[in-house]
Design a protein around this ligand. Sequence first.
Ligand code: B12
Ligand code: SF4
Length: 562
Amino acid sequence: MKIRLIDPAYEHPYFSHSQKVIKNIWFARLTLTTLAALTPSNIEVKITDENVEPIDFEEDVDLVGVTGMMMHAPRAYEIAQRFRQREIPVVMGGPHASSLPLEAKQHVDAVVIGEAENVWGGLIEDVKKGSLKPFYQAESFCSMEKLPFPRLDLLHKDAYMTINCVQTTRGCPHQCDFCHVTHFFGKTYRCRPVDEVIEEVKRLEGDFLVFIDDNITGNRRYAKELFTRLKPLKKKWASQASMTLTRDPELLKLAAESGCVSLFIGVESLSSENLKDVNKSFNQVHQFEEGMKAVHDHDILIVAGLIFGLDHDDEGVFERTLRFCERNRIELPSFFILTPLPGTALFQRMESEGRLLHKDWSQYNGATVVFKPRLMTEETLQRGFNWACKEGYSWGSIFKRVCHPQQRFVTRVLSNIAYRSIAQRTPEGYLPSLSRILQRMNDTIPLQNTRDLIQRVGDKIAEKKLLIGQKAADTLKLYSIYNERLKTLFVRLEGSMDREGAKELVERLKGALHANVQKVILDFKDVGAFSAEAIALLSRKGLLQTEEGRLWIAVNPPGILG
Ligand code: B12
Ligand code: SF4
């Protein structure tokens, strides 16, 4: 019996790569090499990764297996159709088929839902008997013990940056709403025996490997043991981890000592509200800068995952995020557009809110807008994302991010050049017109004079000066968010306001009006103290009016002075 396993290619300006780029930055997934390893040894099994070689549709085979993420689905179905025309049975598995088995079944003879370990052998027996069933799904997750080592020998070694890929864990202890991992693996986090991982690593040629885990430090005790055992092997490795790693100095140190040179870290958003919305509050925004520094201090290169289009993202998000990457010298920013993948909590929410634009899965690729964003239009999100990709890999931005004293300078530069070649293929983008203004509208204005401040008590202003012993905040903070759909700017003010602060606020707001903002809502609730001059100025400029329908609307304005 002969089996051909196929990984479909994907035509896209951002995600499909030339052979040269694949050779520079790409590694093979473990999907088909794992499946091949599970195949009984008396069966001939071969792999085609369509990204690196064409498919032979005339090949004489008895079974074709196709894998695929969401965006690969249309191509996977085309491939299936070509083989089925020749009456060769086709089975499909992987993230897409597992999320939408009924849809996949319309295009293939059998669908494997979830992991293959406990069903693949039986499926092959059924093919031999000519009694292939429509669906295969294991009753439980497979044991992580004694998993066969993936058949890396079946890959074209020279086509990729590396074929040295190893998986140590499956799943993730977290459940971020947009992530497919928890949907696929349930709430489980399973670890392979460290002995077996070490044995697999020892067998790899060369000194570099990728741990393709979704979160290699999800179980800290396990990770510490693994890293300790890796040290003597003197390999270099890359993987994915969550921000929580940066809060455990011992773990980070062990990772570095065991050869970690690069980590993909899901930063996702610089807004705590966004992170809360998608169940990722364990990412603490106030800790980001310190966390990035800790990783750099261990000479580990950061590939940061950053998502645009979350519900609290306005037009300012693109520039704000890019500047964050530059300030923190993130070597490889990896920008994504929020994508509701079927099976995830995010998909359910978007679907129930009627916000999905279509279900053309080929567009569900992390680089295309497939839903209605809350605070901006689809076009602004798409163009802003394109801008960030291009601008983020402009020479100026690369320079800001890679020029620092840590080691591996050459690696930093070369990997940026490789990413730059991808980013340059991104369609034209632009920075939304309000971006600059929004950066200024999210700022801290120092006070010039705290002596004459009058404190707000309850919703009134106290009669005279600050109450004894109570210190006024010596800054005025502006938190602004713009709703492009409503053409409305919301500004929440916090701290104290003297005349200079009020003047500065008026100046900045003038800039917003020039940029076609049709309404400004100013919330004064968190301003604890004002100077009489500040109130007079705001009042003169019409910023304290509360009537609906006006250009300026004040919420919780300071009461009348005593
Ligand atoms: C490595 C990896 C990558 C690499 C891929 C390199 C490459 N050459 O393609 C990189 C980092 C570049 C990458 C990029 C992206 N990835 Co990715 N990636 C992974 C990751 C972490 C590991 C894949 C792997 O090797 N798994 C190990 C194997 C053994 O598991 P498996 O693939 O699930 O296969 C098992 C079963 O599914 C089943 N099975 C699978 N296929 C088949 C086929 C048949 C016939 C049968 C019988 C069974 C079967 O059997 C296997 C053994 O049990 C997975 C997460 C994960 N844990 O799988 C995400 C994952 C696959 N990626 C995902 C996504 C979305 C992307 C991106 C779109 C970016 C993004 N927005 O996150 C891009 C797209 C890139 C592209 N061009 O395809 C999603 C897919 C979700 C979905 N529903 O489509 C996943 C699940 C992660 C997530 N957070 O949700 N990725
Ligand atoms: S931490 Fe990462 S892998 Fe884990 S659920 Fe969240 S996004 Fe997915």
